[in-house]
Write a protein that binds this ligand. Structure first.
Ligand code: HEM
Length: 212
């Protein structure tokens, strides 16, 4: 029951943030909902922000499916193709564009370093997950994907922390640099503590039969 609740919440939060991004960036003028300084930066770097957002939407929309054991076991090829899109478009394009946009992030050097660290770790954990599965190391692959997806969920944490900081009366200029770190460091710690404790003997990876 708790597991089902967790999975439903994960899908709701991930799709909620993806829907926000699509509505705000595909159907509204760029930067409509943002601080004027961020809007100016986004208007000056449209290729970077659009590449980041639309590639990242692919990652956050596909990611939750990859952790459904039943789906993975029954449709191994689908898992592989979704994984390739998740890593090859979502994380690679979204991460590189995110790293580029981090150099202009609102809130000064603390924000820039926070988002840049997130981008580098997103790319690094994605690469490690890919290399692990190419070598047939399914348990190692799973561990790196847990870390990687916890970082993808930084987009969810950020969207929760922004209104919470507003309700708490913290000025945006003060809150944003802190949120650039708080949106991902706790995610990674929680992922490591609660979702990467897999007992290697009890985790049965799917057989790697065909090469598709
Ligand atoms: C995990 C690695 C990620 C990194 C390093 C990253 C980095 C960034 C950066 C630097 C900005 C600009 C912030 C500013 O100018 O102050 C940004 C904005 C944005 N990112 Fe990401 N991001 C990541 C993940 C995601 C994901 C998974 C989504 C999914 C939808 C996403 C959606 C957005 C959106 C919609 C914006 C525009 C700001 C807003 O409307 O709130 N990002 N991101």
């Amino acid at each position: 029951m708790a597991k089902l609740f967790g999975i439903c919440s994960l899908f709701l939060l991930a799709f909620g943030v993806a829907a926000y991004a699509v509505v705000a960036y595909a159907f509204m003028p760029l930067g409509s909902l943002l601080h004027p300084d961020m809007k100016a930066v986004f208007l000056a770097h449209q290729a970077g922000i659009y590449a980041h957002i639309f590639a990242s939407v692919i990652a956050i929309s596909l990611g939750p499916f990859q952790f459904l054991g039943g789906l993975r076991r029954r449709f191994v090829r689908l898992h592989r193709w979704m994984g390739r899109a998740y890593l090859g478009i979502g994380v690679l394009v979204g991460g590189l564009a995110g790293l580029y946009m981090a150099t202009f992030a609102f809130g000064g050097v603390v924000s820039k370093l926070g988002f840049a660290s997130l981008a580098v770790l997103w790319l690094y954990t994605g690469l490690r997950a890919f290399l692990a599965i190419r070598r047939g190391k399914a348990i190692e692959h799973r561990r790196w994907m847990v870390r990687n997806f916890s970082l993808t969920l930084a987009a969810v944490t950020l969207r929760i922390l922004l209104p919470v900081s507003g309700i708490a009366g913290i000025p945006f200029e003060v809150a944003y640099p802190a949120i650039a770190w708080l949106c991902w460091v706790p995610n990674l710690l929680v992922a490591e503590r609660f979702f990467n404790r897999t007992d290697e003997a009890s985790f049965k990876p799917e057989p790697l039969r065909d090469s598709a």
